[in-house]
Design a protein around this ligand. Sequence first.
Ligand SMILES: Nc1ncnc2c1ncn2[C@@H]1O[C@H](COP(=O)(O)OP(=O)(O)O)[C@@H](O)[C@H]1O
Ligand SMILES: [Mg+2]
Length: 239
Amino acid sequence: MIRLEGIGKAFHVGEHVVHALADIDEVIREGEHVSIMGPSGSGKSTLLNVIGCLTDPTSGRMSLDDRDVSGLDSDALAHIRQDLIGFVFQSYQLISRLDALGNVELPMVFAGIPRSERTERASELLRLVGLEDRGHHRPSELSGGQQQRVAIARAMVLNPRILLADEPTGNLDSDSGEQILQLLDDLNDKGLTIVVVTHDPAVARRSDRILVLRDGRIARRVSGSEATDLASLFGVTET
Ligand SMILES: Nc1ncnc2c1ncn2[C@@H]1O[C@H](COP(=O)(O)OP(=O)(O)O)[C@@H](O)[C@H]1O
Ligand SMILES: [Mg+2]
């Protein structure tokens, strides 16, 4: 469970203060599939990064699985991330000089898992995402959709409870995007909590709930099936 209480995030840029998030109160239950929508600059990525313990909020409290993570130092946060969180980004963020297996193994290297176990587990995860025959391909030798599947395998390799994805299909054609969304649905069916940032109603429609951000606040909460109605609120789509 993700519990956010009065979460705010201010960035200081020169002499200006940007309130990226303000007064965010929300509970995301175990096993929920939630989308975050909203115009460009409304705070979607910042909120995801706060939930993922990548960004420190400037106010409020957050707990993950009943662990209060407010005010923890960076080492403690790194442990929480390792235990609970998987992250997937629009741009995949794979290491170009490592092959698919090497990329999937990387979180296990940082977690101190022995090599033999790493290789076995990484192969298992590549099988899960349908890339068992691509283990020795580098990112440049894979399609965008395949790279994103490697990134999902990497995000899942330490058995997270929560998967966070920021525009995971933003760089993909619709067929590859559909495969990624199907994979996320399957993981959610197995109990994983998923939070996806998206501007695409077709992505948001697959979630249980949608949080609509505006100027750093939750402006609306709607069900996934209402995704299409929201599209008109945003006007032009962002990139
Ligand atoms: N590292 C940063 N430094 C300064 N301002 C930032 C930083 N990250 C985000 N912001 C600002 O915070 C607001 C929300 O940004 P972001 O969360 O990236 O929005 P979104 O993902 O919805 O497009 C924007 O006004 C953005 O310019
Ligand atoms: Mg963003």
